[in-house]
Design a protein around this ligand. Structure first.
Ligand code: FES
Length: 71
């Protein structure tokens, strides 16, 4: 599934790179994700962005509660 149409970045690529320890910022820097029209930036940040310390501590981060933004 393509997340970033401007740079043809897929959900699978992002998730694979996150699983291998890359950060969203690093992925953005190397793929251009979010730097074209910007339409995908907020969705990518919500799905794979850095969770705040308070979210991590109280279990309310998107990852902790299993929020599924993309199909
Ligand atoms: S869709 Fe990602 S920058 Fe345009």
């Amino acid at each position: 599934m393509i997340i970033c149409y401007c740079f043809q970045v897929t959900k699978e690529e992002i998730e694979s790179r996150i699983a291998n320890g890359e950060t969203l910022a690093g992925i953005r820097a190397t793929t251009g994700l979010g730097y074209g029209c910007g339409g995908c930036a907020s969705l990518a940040e919500r799905a794979w962005g850095v969770e705040s310390a308070s979210e991590a501590a109280n279990g309310s981060s998107p990852r902790a509660v299993g929020v599924k933004i993309f199909p």
